[in-house]
Design a binder for this molecule. Structure first.
Ligand SMILES: NC(=O)c1ccc[n+]([C@@H]2O[C@H](COP(=O)([O-])OP(=O)(O)OC[C@H]3O[C@@H](n4cnc5c(N)ncnc54)[C@H](O)[C@@H]3O)[C@@H](O)[C@H]2O)c1
Ligand SMILES: O=C(O)C(=O)C[C@@H](O)[C@H](O)[C@H](O)COP(=O)(O)O
Ligand SMILES: [Zn+2]
Length: 362
């Protein structure tokens, strides 16, 4: 099996997303990027680096002989400017110039951080995404949102910078821990909820196969999620309008992620944030009781939380005010007007949020 998707930027072909189990496809595509006499630096984290850096490096040697690698300690707490600075220092030491290229080998933390380093080093160099977590395969590697956390505020500093290629090999998912694997379903369920009722239904029908990581079902899931994300980001690459729909569950989810000091995973916080947003949608009359129950049960089915403990709802509302979707002091909140149909609502008050939060704080 395998899939290929072409992503357009400003209506021109921009990069391919390749979902294939053989690294031969990556090498073919890298060769097209004219890297023979260029330097290439693989950026990875300590966990992914241990498993896959040597293997990938050996294969890439077929395309260029000048390969460097930079590995940082795994974890969201390292997605910050300090690590970016260490990347810059390394690239300067190795005399990387504007024609050279970075390869992000890892999950969303590596992808966001490497993409930001590529966007800013020498005012911008090329980079390739090789996502290795489920979450990064279905979401973070696509669409060119790069960046880091700042003073623990999520993705506060960043840039839009499109990759030259996104290549994913689903066989690497075998080493992903269960908790990290299911975290990816936070974003996958989100894709169904915001854009595709039939996909949401299909996910529920295929839960058992997905839980045992059946390769074909997983590849189809990744492909369908990538297609949904591609369609949204192509129409609105820099989030002037409907790209904000991809932020469903994130307004409160990001606030919870920060307040929990990153002890919960991104996908887990998105799941809790989606549960809160679903309650809010129900309170506004946009979802039926049955739809709300269906959403909460599906999130549980994929071993994700819909509640959180030991947080003050007022703190969550306060932290949500730093959301990047604030405009003139008003929050653009993403709600569901039925499953598969997300909408942007700028009339949500603190009281609306507090009422929804009372249903998810235990
Ligand atoms: N740019 C975007 O559009 C976008 C979209 C969604 C999420 N994000 C960001 O992505 C990050 C979350 O990504 P994530 O869930 O991949 O987290 P992550 O990058 O921290 O990866 C999760 C953990 O799994 C390990 N790992 C990754 N692949 C592995 C593999 N194949 N085998 C074994 N271990 C592996 C990593 O080392 C890490 O410890 C957050 O910072 C979030 O804000 C960005
Ligand atoms: O690609 C997007 O746009 C998204 O919103 C995808 C989200 O899953 C992702 O977590 C993103 O990084 C959040 O963006 P932010 O601008 O709210 O930081
Ligand atoms: Zn997300």
């Amino acid at each position: 099996m395998g899939y290929k998707i072409n992503v357009h930027y400003e209506e021109k072909p921009c990069y391919d997303i390749i979902i294939k189990e053989s690294y031969d496809y990556l090498i073919d595509e890298l060769n097209k990027l004219d890297i023979k006499n260029r330097k290439l630096c693989i950026v990875s984290d300590s966990t992914v680096g241990k498993y896959y850096l040597e293997e990938l490096s050996d294969r890439i040697k077929e395309s260029t002989s000048i390969i460097e690698s930079f590995v940082f300690q795994a974890g969201e707490e390292n997605k910050n400017l300090n690590t970016v600075q260490n990347v810059y220092e390394y690239l300067i030491e190795k005399q990387f110039d504007r024609n050279d290229i970075l390869v992000a080998l890892g999950g969303g933390v590596v992808g966001d951080l490497t993409g930001f380093a590529a966007a800013t080093y020498l005012r911008g160099i090329r980079f390739v995404q090789v996502p290795t977590s489920l979450l990064s395969m279905v979401d973070s590697s696509i669409g060119g949102k790069t960046g880091v956390d700042f003073n623990a505020y999520k993705n506060m500093v960043g840039a839009f910078h499109q990759p030259k290629l996104v290549y994913m090999n689903v066989s690497v998912l075998k080493t992903l821990t269960d908790i990290q694997y299911f975290s990816g379903y936070g974003e996958i369920i989100k894709h169904g909820l915001i854009k595709d009722k039939e996909y949401f239904k299909w996910l529920k029908e295929n839960t058992m196969l997905l839980k045992i990581r059946d390769t074909n079902t997983l590849e189809e899931t990744i492909y369908r999620s990538c297609l949904i994300k591609k369609e949204v980001v192509e129409k609105d690459p820099t989030e002037k309008g409907d790209r904000a729909l991809l932020n469903f569950g994130h307004t409160l989810g990001h606030a919870i992620e920060k307040l929990m000091n990153f002890t919960l995973l991104h996908g887990e916080c998105v799941a809790i944030g989606m549960a809160a947003a679903a309650h809010l949608s129900y309170n506004k009359g946009y979802l039926t009781k049955e739809e709300l129950t269906d959403i909460l049960e599906t999130i549980h089915e994929f071993e994700l939380p819909t509640t959180v403990s030991n947080l003050d709802p007022n703190d969550i509302v306060k932290a949500s005010k730093n959301d990047k979707k604030m405009e003139a002091g008003k929050i653009k909140f993403i709600l569901l007007n039925g499953i598969g149909n997300a909408i942007i609502d700028d009339t949500i008050t603190d009281e609306d949020m507090l009422k929804a939060l009372s249903m998810i704080i235990k």
